[in-house]
Ligand binder design. Structure first.
Ligand SMILES: Cc1ncc(C[n+]2csc(CCOP(=O)(O)OP(=O)(O)O)c2C)c(N)n1
Ligand SMILES: [Mg+2]
Length: 310
């Protein structure tokens, strides 16, 4: 969680230099979901996600130097500098990719789970998406297919209540919870606090264990909140689509602060150890930004490499 938070704070700090030219959707405030779920996965398991993908990539142990280089458009980036913040991938750790088209990686993840069953691989697939993805048609087709074939896939919905500036109240019926949609497709489904990393960890651990024992798909909805503007490094509470009170209420529920408090009061981690972890993380981040800034841009000859259309 700390690694995700610190990297994104650094991105926010340096973004105004205009050297990172891609749009970027920060995950600050939502870190417990990526960290808590991915802590239960191995390199043989697969993860896919969407536009707000930094946290998922980092929690799945994606190479952070290649991620930062990608944001700087450098050839050493994980998409050779052609994709930017919303096209991350690291096949070596099973992070199969992200795409900005809302809902688009959900059917790809279902295909991944189907493929691993056909190859008798025993891997499981996790797909992360925002609650607005549940409003796409392909979400329902994917859940139907996953349920029909009892596929080893966890659908993780990060419900931060907003789709850009539109609250859930203008998008979905008031008397129906998002996780109940999955039940309609015959999929076991749970809702939990996405800002409590222990809850996220325990719930996903139980779900993943079930899948490893042959259980079909499970849907997890985690309630959370995006702190920064929808896209970009700044805060946008002045726009008026959400209240200052609401923002402050969620800021108090900071997943990192809560976990730090728990670790301190339970005497699991002391201040010295927090400092040591913080130093390691900051050193990694400094190195990643230096690597990105000093890497070359792609040679124009690479323009047509790695594309499907001729
Ligand atoms: C199919 C499609 N429609 C619209 C957009 C524009 N868009 C980009 S992100 C986004 C918001 C998605 O909200 P949600 O899924 O809740 O994720 P969040 O941004 O809250 O993390 C929208 C509408 C898009 N990228 N793809
Ligand atoms: Mg949302």
């Amino acid at each position: 969680m700390l690694r995700i938070r610190e990297i994104e704070e650094k991105i926010a700090e340096l973004y105004p230099e205009q050297e990172m030219r891609c749009p970027t959707h920060l995950h600050i405030g939502q870190e417990a979901i990526s960290a808590g779920v991915c802590a239960n996965l191995s390199n043989n398991d697969y993860v896919l996600s969407g536009h707000r993908c930094h946290g998922h990539y980092i929690a799945k142990q994606g190479d952070i130097r290649a991620m930062i280089a990608e944001l700087y458009g450098k050839v050493t980036g994980c998409s050779m500098g052609k994709g930017g913040s919303m096209h991350l991938l690291d096949l070596s750790v099973g992070y199969l990719g992200s795409s900005p088209i809302v809902g688009s990686t959900i059917p790809i993840a279902v295909g991944t789970a189907f493929g691993s069953v056909m190859r008798n691989e025993h891997s499981i697939t996790v797909v992360f998406f925002g609650e607005a993805a549940t409003e796409t048609g392909v979400f329902h087709e994917s859940l139907n297919f996953a349920a029909l074939h009892s596929l080893p896939i966890i659908f993780v919905c990060e419900n931060n209540f907003y789709c850009v500036y539109s609250p859930l109240s203008v998008r979905q019926p008031e008397n129906r919870e998002v996780y109940e949609l999955a039940k309609g497709h015959g999929i076991e489904s749970y809702q939990s606090d996405g800002n409590d990393v222990c809850e996220v960890y325990e719930l996903s651990k139980t779900a993943i264990k079930k899948l490893r024992n042959g259980h079909g798909p499970i849907f997890l909805e985690f309630m959370t909140y995006r702190w920064r503007e929808h896209c970009g490094p700044y805060y946008d509470n002045d726009l008026g689509y959400r209240t200052k009170e609401e923002f402050e209420e969620w800021e108090k529920r900071c997943p990192i602060k809560r976990f730090r408090q728990f670790l301190t009061t339970s005497k699991i981690v002391d201040q010295k150890e927090f400092k040591r972890i913080g130093n390691i993380v900051n050193k990694e981040i400094e190195e990643a930004f230096t690597f990105a800034k000093t890497s070359p841009f792609p040679n124009p000859e690479l323009l047509e490499e790695g594309i499907y259309a001729s």
